[in-house]
Each structure stands twice: as structure tokens, then as C-alpha cells.
Design a protein around this ligand. Structure first.
Ligand code: ATP
Length: 210
């Protein structure tokens, strides 16, 4: 059986990546939540744990073995080089894990899998994908959504926003763009992309002409 296409979905904070993934999931598409798995690997992958302790010390984990998120955030968000070093541990681990997950999904016969990640472009892992979907929404709407969803101040959301590449840089690399500004209907946009990806997947699986 041919391998499904590897498709990524990204966008700025609050653009609606998770919301859109739920629609693709309804169509039967397997979703890989890279942020969830990054946290899981930091906590459970022996090699990642060793590397994180090597970088940040044993305080990176609580005495009960759980990840000391607050301590790590305090250290890395005050030091760009340390953040880059942590990312250089976590991003390749997620890449390896998502590849293995993707190979597992091939057994289901799905036409493509979808990897959701906030930093697909920033981490460079978009280069390993067959197609990239970028979700866009005006910054003011994204700010409001995240403030409401997470109960955060505008400053706190802006601080997160500043750690991400500008939306235009992501759009420039996109094969498909979904506009999630509350004005454009989502289902027709998802359906159009789904059909295009199913076609591309079938085309890839066709035997060469004699
Ligand atoms: P993050 O970058 O923080 O992971 P995200 O890009 O995954 O966020 P979502 O969590 O999908 O974004 O959406 C952010 C918030 O905005 C959620 O509370 C979601 O329910 C809401 N939201 C997303 N899209 C819409 C929409 N079209 N209409 C109304 N609310 C929306």
C-alpha cells in the first residue's frame, strides 16, 4: 500500500488550527498534535529527558518525575540561546515520533495525514511535508480569541505572538490557505482542500503509464 501524503497545518496563535483539525478529523483524516506530543516526549522519552536535564539541570523535572514547566519557561523565555537549544532537542524528537506515527497511519489506507503544529515553519519541519496548509486570521481577532480561551492579558498573548514568525512568511510557503476570520465559511474551504489532497494522493498511487 502506498504511503499517505504528509500534510502539515499551521498558523499563528489563535488562528484556529485545532478548530480546523476537528473538521478534517470528521472527514476521517488522522491528526498528529505536535504540541501535545512534544510535551509527552519531554515527560516520557528517556533520551529527551536526559538531554533536557543536561541542558537545564535536574530542576527541569519535579521530584515525582513530571516536567517542571514553570521553571523551564522562566529559564528559556529569558534566554534566546537556551530556547534554541531546547528546541534543538525537542523538535527532532517530535520529527522522529511523527514519522513513526505517520507510517502507522498508512495501514488505515487514509489518503493523507495532518500534522498540526504552531511552529512548523519556525522549526523548519515544513520541509519534510508533501503539502502545507496555513490558517490565517487578523491579529486582533487572534488576540481576542486567545485572551478569551485562556483567560490571558493582551500583553501575555502578544509576548507569545512575538515568538512566532509573521503570518505572511507562513502564507508564502503555503500550498493551501484557510481564512478563519469569522466571515469566510470553513466547511467549503476544508472540503476544497480535502478533495485536492485526495486527488493528489490518488495520482501519486497511479502506476506509471506503459
Ligand atoms: P493555539 O495557537 O493557541 O494552539 P489554535 O490556532 O489551535 O490556537 P483554536 O484553539 O482552534 O486556535 O482557536 C482559538 C479559539 O478561537 C478557540 O476558543 C476556538 O473555539 C475559537 N475559534 C476558532 N475559530 C473560530 C471561529 N471561526 N469562530 C469562532 N470562534 C473560533
Amino acid at each position: 500500500m502506498a504511503s499517505p501524503l504528509r500534510v502539515g497545518i499551521t498558523g499563528g496563535i489563535g488562528s484556529g488550527k485545532t478548530t480546523l483539525c476537528r473538521l478534517f478529523a470528521v472527514l476521517g483524516i488522522p491528526i498528529y498534535d505536535a504540541d501535545y506530543w512534544a510535551k509527552w516526549l519531554i515527560e516520557h522519552d528517556v533520551r529527551v529527558r536526559q538531554e533536557v536535564v543536561g541542558l537545564l539541570g535536574s530542576e527541569a523535572y519535579q521530584p515525582d518525575g513530571t516536567y517542571n514547566r514553570l521553571y523551564v519557561a522562566r529559564r528559556v523565555f529569558a534566554d534566546a540561546a537556551l530556547l534554541a537549544a531546547l528546541n534543538a532537542i525537542v523538535h527532532p524528537a517530535v520529527e522522529r515520533h511523527s514519522f513513526a506515527w505517520h507510517e502507522q497511519q498508512a495501514k488505515t489506507g487514509c489518503p493523507y495525514t495532518l500534522k498540526e503544529a504552531a511552529l512548523l515553519v519556525e522549526s523548519g519541519s515544513y520541509r519534510f511535508l508533501d503539502a502545507l496548509i496555513v490558517v490565517t486570521a487578523p491579529e486582533a481577532i487572534r488576540l481576542r480569541r486567545v485572551m478569551e480561551r485562556d483567560g490571558l492579558s493582551e500583553e501575555a498573548v502578544r509576548a507569545r505572538l512575538q515568538r512566532q514568525a509573521p503570518e505572511a512568511d507562513k502564507v508564502a510557503l503555503a500550498d493551501f490557505v484557510i481564512v478563519n476570520d469569522g466571515q469566510h465559511a470553513l466547511i467549503p474551504q476544508v472540503w476544497r482542500i480535502h478533495r485536492a489532497l485526495v486527488c493528489r494522493s490518488l495520482h501519486q498511487q497511479m502506476p506509471p503509464r506503459k
